[in-house]
Design a protein around this ligand. Sequence first.
Ligand code: AIR
Ligand code: ASP
Length: 253
Amino acid sequence: MTRRKKIYEGKAKTLYEGPEPGTIVQYFKDDATAFNAEKKDVIEGKGVLNNMLSEYFMTGLGAVGVPTHFIKRLNMREQLVRACEIVPLEVIVRNYAAGSISKRLGIEEGTAMPRPIVEYCYKDDALGDPLVTEEHIAAFGWASQQDMDDIVALALRVNDYLSGLMYGVGIRLVDFKIEIGRIYEGDFQRLVVADEISPDSCRLWDIETGQKLDKDVFRRDLGSLTDAYTEVAKRLGVMPKQANPVSKPTLIN
Ligand code: AIR
Ligand code: ASP
């Protein structure tokens, strides 16, 4: 037995070298952080739920022709993905106002956007992931103009797919964040949706009641995060309707 090589440890996931060149194993931890890791906790079962939900969204995106880094889920906490170079941007799409845009522009949470709004933050924890414009992105060489055109197109396709899917199960997709990876194939590069798509990276509100079913439950101390994520998983059929919340996956590691 050899110990596998850890490539990177983030706040919610750890990346290990995959079994073949060009692959990576993405391990979903139970750690939750918010406000640039000022608030921290371990939420039992969160990693399992996010692994399953991210698999579900990435597979669905692949099926409608949106390229992603996802290859397959390996077990309760791990998935195999294609290695890619992450573009150092958080790409955010907003359908309704919430969170930082509400604060920044004084728009009441829940206000519908005139059209989906795409924003970019520079991925840098020390700086608190500041909002940047396409001018910064081009000038500092984080992505080319061609990349940006592709990134906006990808983000809007993810928005169409995810908001339709959620609407079908009575959930409003308020906003979400994706990360984009570059995969090099000979002289060419391809951009793919990378990282994860889960209730950690989206705002999801019940259409009828407005109940929050995403990481704001943790950020704002609104109750049980696992119950909220389990509700999303059940509605989407990712988890059987009668299942208990994933609370003690102690044997799986
Ligand atoms: N997000 C941004 N950085 C990390 C994450 N998870 C997601 C939030 C929210 C959206 O991006 O979860 O769904 C917009 O976040 P904010 O804080 O800019 O309002
Ligand atoms: N997880 C990020 C952090 O630690 C952002 C967030 O979700 O609030 O700040």
